[in-house]
Design a binder for this molecule. Structure first.
Ligand SMILES: Cc1cc2nc3c(=O)[nH]c(=O)nc-3n(C[C@H](O)[C@H](O)[C@H](O)COP(=O)(O)OP(=O)(O)OC[C@H]3O[C@@H](n4cnc5c(N)ncnc54)[C@H](O)[C@@H]3O)c2cc1C
Length: 378
């Protein structure tokens, strides 16, 4: 395997796929290298929300970036449909975060106030609703629901189908996808990057590191920095049931196929092979207190996944000063931000530079000083 590409994308998860697809759309020749099925992959394990509310506390630029992504998702879904015939089932008619009891309602109200008071935050329209107001949209809520927050920009999608659509699109754009090609070394010489894999070397004019948590190891090879602190999340899925949930919640959503997904925990463990039933039991209990009829449904599947979590919870997009043409991209909301990755990040990589006014706040140089607390809001 030895061939020249305009761009080599390292990592074939949702992030790498969105950027590669976006580059192919702009006529660039692209190779995507992926480690393979043995790896931990957030893109196969997520909850599939396209989510705005509460994102960006502590970093208003993240709120702005997320709102932009939400607004561009319709365009992404329709371009994918037109190109591949695949409907990714995007639904964006607003989402809820429900609270149980008065304490939770008070805490959520406080969070909404803090978000609204944040200087420079985009107008993301998150508001608190009483239980009776929530009931108008979600008639099957139980008596313990004290209310919740609502944001009209929130929605959800079929994220696995989105993934498949990107890969189907690869074929039309002539993008080469190389599974089982973990990159172990990267060097630059003669204006070209050389990527070492067990199946040979690949050369490209530019590279995008989109290898999820592995970016932490790969980034220093090209003078970049991607500090990560991954966490685990569990999801429980029920059998199919009648349509009852016209809006997704932070923790419950009904898929286009009728199943109910209940998620998602945040655990400090990094093993995605075992499930902690004590955690899924709490999730299931809260779900049936929100919608009592869920108690009648059988659970058919359950899994755990490892999040790609930059140390402070916010995305990292950066370009190398020592190795011009090398970029790094990682974030923990790769479903929500897929439209920005496909349209904006791809456009900037194709042009050769990240635009500071759009993504300057996400440079890893921010970790130099404070090492902020995790404020991902998700
Ligand atoms: C439980 C859970 C719930 C979530 N819910 C949501 C949600 O509702 N909404 C949302 O927006 N986001 C959600 N996310 C986050 C979202 O799934 C991730 O942000 C997104 O999938 C990250 O994509 P990625 O491509 O960066 O990472 P990954 O999917 O982890 O992909 C990284 C890829 O890099 C490859 N790789 C690793 N090392 C190498 C190497 N050396 N060389 C080549 N390839 C390599 C791997 O094989 C892998 O395919 C959730 C995540 C989890 C775990």
């Amino acid at each position: 395997m030895s061939r020249d590409y305009d761009v080599a994308v390292v990592g074939g998860g949702l992030l790498g796929s969105a950027i590669a697809w976006g580059l192919g759309r702009l006529g660039r020749s692209v190779a995507v290298l992926d480690e393979g099925d043995i790896t931990k992959r957030a893109s196969r394990a997520n909850f599939a929300l396209v989510w705005v509310q509460s994102k960006g506390l502590g970093m208003p630029a993240y709120t702005v970036w997320t709102v932009q992504a939400s607004q561009a998702w319709g365009r992404l879904a329709s371009e994918l449909k037109q190109q591949t015939g695949l409907d990714v089932s995007l639904q964006q008619n607003g989402g809820f975060h429900l609270t149980l009891g008065e304490d939770e309602f008070g805490q959520r109200t406080e969070l909404v106030k803090r978000m609204h008071n944040q200087t420079g935050a985009a107008d993301y329209k998150m508001e608190m609703l009483s239980a009776s107001e929530v009931k108008k949209s979600l008639p099957l809520i139980g008596p313990e629901v004290s209310g919740g927050s609502y944001c009209p920009l929130d929605g959800h999608v079929n994220s696995l189908r989105t993934f498949r659509a990107f890969h189907t699109g690869f074929r039309e754009f002539g993008i080469d996808y190389f599974p089982e090609r973990p990159v172990s070394a990267i060097t630059k010489s003669g204006g070209e990057f050389r990527l070492t894999t067990p199946k040979g070397e690949l050369r490209a004019a530019k590279i995008v590191l989109a290898a999820g948590n592995a970016n932490q190891t790969l980034a220093p090879m090209v003078g970049l920095y991607a500090p990560m602190g991954p966490t685990r999340g569990q999801i429980v899925v029920t059998e199919r049931t009648m349509p009852f949930l016209p809006h997704p919640l932070t923790t419950i959503r009904q898929t286009d196929e009728g199943t109910v997904m209940i998620g998602d925990s945040k655990e400090d463990e990094l093993d995605d092979r075992t499930l902690k039933h004590s955690v899924s039991a709490v999730m299931a209990d809260r779900a049936q207190r929100m919608f009592p009829h869920l108690a009648r449904l059988n659970v058919v599947r359950s899994w755990a996944g490892i999040r790609v979590m930059p140390q402070d919870g916010f995305p990292i997009y950066d370009q190398s000063e020592t190795h011009p043409g090398a970029f790094v991209a990682c974030c923990h909301s790769g479903v929500t931000l897929a439209s920005n990755h496909a349209f904006e990040i791809a456009r900037m990589v194709a042009a050769g530079a990240l635009e500071p006014e759009l993504v300057g706040a996400f440079s890893a140089s921010r970790f130099g000083a404070a090492g902020a607390a995790n404020n991902s809001g998700y």
